[in-house]
Design a protein around this ligand. Structure first.
Ligand code: NAD
Length: 365
């Protein structure tokens, strides 16, 4: 199969982790007889520096012309004082919107080898396997009007949360379809005791559930869900929620399973999916070669699964990551006292070596 991808390394540790994910994709393509066709484009701060636009036209054109997008991260303190539309993050929001990527899937899995990396007791976190389904094109991040207006000292800031029934229904169906392939549980998270958006959300999700009689639907307020996520994470299966609640809960889930550096995401629903680690550009460690590339590598696995339906290849990457962690290899964010941490590229090489060793038998079979 031709794997025609646009690579958007972005800022900070984005290029460092993306490079490793690409090496892993190359190894899997070699092992399974696929052809990898890559083109790299700028986004975020890198694009602002080069073209004064966080999402230049040639970047979006390349993305639309490809079958999937692998992204690193965007964001840099150098642009913190820029107006909203000229910040690196604006490029990412526009990319998601232009590609119609309304469904953000964020798995949070506790790898057995990393039980001791969680701030929670091992018996609480063991077996955690959560799929957060976050609505990505609505809510406060896109709602209009939005502004900061008025004279200094008496300015007023406004953001708007809006959700229509079609937007709620389409993301709910993604969650129910995923639940059918998992443990058949959907927890819908909202704030229906306070917000009109959440009351409509709850009503529409409940209506959709009637088409999935084998799926057990429950509802929880976001504050209560945040508490339960640390009290009993393994009870969660599919978590369905709106844009901002999903942003927050998925980072929390990352903390529960050990490190933000491990978390992958898929943004799908439109013609071209975007795959990226959940973490940001991590300016505090950028350029040091110590970032954990596994979130990016696991995002490459999601890319193969959701954009190309290459399930054996995706599983092969996930198993290689698990095997490498079982062998005790750790980047600095995961290393405990007495463990010498690997660099970003060393961790990438370990995954590639494991992949080559394990995939030869799978591909031949
Ligand atoms: P961050 O995710 O970049 O970093 C948070 C903490 O986690 C930092 O201490 C960082 O060193 C650590 N960390 C993150 N990824 C890691 C990895 N792969 N390996 C090891 N440690 C890792 O979040 P932040 O500091 O809040 O934001 C930094 C910049 O990134 C900001 O400009 C923000 O807007 C941007 N951001 C971008 C995205 C994205 O591109 N999707 C997401 C979140 C934040």
């Amino acid at each position: 199969m031709l794997l025609n991808l646009t690579i958007l390394p972005g800022d900070g540790i984005g290029p460092e982790v993306t490079e490793q994910a690409v090496l892993v994709l190359q190894a899997i393509a070699d092992a399974f007889g696929h052809q990898l066709q890559l083109q790299s484009k700028n986004i975020g701060g890198a694009a602002l520096a080069a073209a004064n636009d966080p999402l230049p036209a040639d970047t979006i054109q390349a993305c639309i012309a490809s079958s999937a997008v692998l992204l690193g991260a965007v964001g840099s303190p150098a642009f913190d004082h820029y107006p909203n539309h000229l910040r690196p993050e604006a490029g990412l929001l526009r990319l998601r919107r232009e590609l119609g990527a309304y469904a953000n899937l964020r798995p949070a899995i506790c790898f057995p080898a990393l039980e001791d990396c969680s701030p929670l007791r091992a018996d609480l976190v063991r077996g955690t396997d959560i799929m957060i389904v976050r609505e990505l094109l609505g809510g406060l991040y896109f709602g209009e009007p939005r502004s900061i207006a008025g004279a200094p000292g008496s300015r007023v800031a406004t953001n708007t949360m809006t959700y229509g029934e079609p937007a709620i229904e389409r993301i709910a169906r993604v969650a129910f379809d995923l639940a059918m392939k998992r443990r058949q549980k959907v927890l819908s998270v909202d704030k229906a005791n306070v917000l009109e958006c959440s009351r409509l959300w709850r009503e529409v999700v409940t209506r959709c559930a009637k088409d999935y009689p084998s799926v057990q639907l429950s509802h929880m307020y976001v504050d209560s869900a945040a508490m339960s996520l640390v009290q009993r994470p393994k009870d969660f299966d599919v978590v369905l929620t709106e844009n901002m609640f999903g942003d927050i809960l998925s980072d929390q889930a990352g903390g529960v399973v050990g490190s933000l550096g491990l978390l992958a995401s898929a943004s799908i629903g439109g013609p071209v999916g975007v795959y990226e680690p959940v973490h940001g550009s991590a300016p505090d460690i950028a350029g040091k070669g110590i970032a954990n590339p596994l979130g990016a590598v696991l995002s490459a696995a999601l890319l193969l699964r959701h954009s190309f339906e290459l399930e054996p290849e995706a599983t092969c990457i996930e198993s290689a990551v698990s095997a490498v962690l079982n062998q005790g290899y750790r980047t600095a964010d995961l290393a405990r006292a007495g463990q010498s941490p690997l660099s970003t590229s060393e961790m990438g090489r370990c995954v590639v070596a494991e992949l080559k060793a394990s995939s030869s038998s799978v591909a031949i079979a």
